[in-house]
Design a protein around this ligand. Structure first.
Ligand SMILES: Cc1cc2nc3c(=O)[nH]c(=O)nc-3n(C[C@H](O)[C@H](O)[C@H](O)COP(=O)(O)O)c2cc1C
Length: 322
């Protein structure tokens, strides 16, 4: 799908995930055919105030392209200023978070709380659209609750206000991450809009990706949790969308290689200690479903450095090889 002025056609997206979609992880996802990767949600206020930690979320490299930057907030002027800062720092695409159900975010009227305040969405988009030349999108939920499904109306309004595409996480905000995504709501949004629609929620493999597209007619798909510990999902989805045979699951050797690359990237990016701490959760995900994985994860909780972790992991894999 072609989105706004972005040259590259993108159909497969890595979802923004707080604490997860940093530069090293985005690089891994891109290697497997993810067309565009998002930063985690970034506080618009934090960017505008110049908070150093917040600015680090914009860290990127020339290979980390095209880069989607997701912003959250409620103040239209601040959102516009933050969008400007993000694009000046290399964002190729700006997304506005309208789906985060976390209390800390919704109590300030941001994230999914915006689904309850269309007037605020209008004000934000009126302020942000004129200052953003790159594609501008909104990532919405089906609605706040089952009794107030309004994704089609919100999406239509966003389209009228000039957004280039809409991402729909097919759950209500009050569902959090529980229950199942109902992909039919993505179809209802798609029927309402002329701009591209990206479907999201519970896409765990290539066949899910095809199913979402068939059920909803969406133009692209976004994967979050399905990529945790399994970035190979992107090459499988890319093959399926191209009508090619879906590659088999990676061998232990392939896993060893990518896990090593990922760990090195984390350490290179954040330093030995912080890189190791950031990577730990990934290693636990990478070993999910592997023989002896539970035993390894238990043992891994006592490890304190990247070196120790790698040794233990290598041993675990060589035992799996036997
Ligand atoms: C740990 C975690 C962090 C997330 N952080 C964000 C975020 O920063 N911004 C956002 O729009 N959605 C966030 N999400 C939601 C995902 O982007 C996605 O919409 C949701 O997980 C459903 O897709 P999935 O079933 O493919 O994971 C997060 C989800 C998880 C599990």
């Amino acid at each position: 799908m072609k989105v706004g002025p972005l040259e590259k056609e993108c159909r497969i997206f890595l979802a923004p995930m707080a604490g997860i979609t940093n530069l090293p992880f985005r690089a891994v996802a891109r290697e497997f055919g993810c067309d565009l990767a998002f930063t985690e949600m970034i506080s618009a206020m934090g960017l505008v105030r110049g908070a150093v930690k917040t600015h680090r979320y914009l860290d990127s490299t020339p290979e980390d392209r095209p880069l989607g930057v997701q912003l959250f907030g409620t103040d239209p002027g601040v959102m516009a200023e933050a969008a400007k800062i993000a694009t000046e720092n290399g964002a190729d695409w700006i997304d506005i978070n309208m789906g985060c159900p976390v209390r800390k975010v919704v109590k300030n009227g941001a994230g999914a709380a915006l689904m309850k305040t269309p007037d605020r969405i209008r004000d934000i988009l009126r302020a942000v659209r004129p200052v953003v030349r790159v594609p501008l999108t909104v990532k919405i939920r089906a609605g706040w609750s089952r009794g107030s499904i309004n994704a089609p109306e919100i999406a239509a309004m966003a389209q009228d206000l000039g957004v280039d595409a809409v991402v729909v996480h097919a759950r209500t905000a009050d569902q959090g991450f529980s229950g199942e995504a109902d992909w039919r709501i993505i179809g209802r949004v798609k029927e309402t809009l002329t701009i591209p629609v990206v479907g999201n929620g519970d896409i765990r493999n290539a066949s899910d990706a095809l199913k979402v597209m068939n059920i909803s007619g969406c133009d692209g798909i976004m994967v979050g949790r399905g990529a945790l510990g399994y970035p190979w999902i992107f090459r499988e989805i890319a093959a399926a969308l191209a009508g090619a045979p879906v590659p088999g699951t990676p061998t232990l050797e392939e896993r060893r290689h990518i896990i090593g690359v990922h760990l090195k990237r984390e350490v290179d990016y954040a330093g030995e200690k912080a890189g190791y701490l950031s990577f730990r959760k990934h290693l636990l995900w990478y070993t999910r479903g592997l023989r002896g994985g539970a035993r390894f994860r238990h043992a891994a909780s006592n490890l304190v450095s990247a070196g120790q972790m790698w040794e233990a992991f290598d041993l675990f894999l060589s035992e799996g090889d036997k």
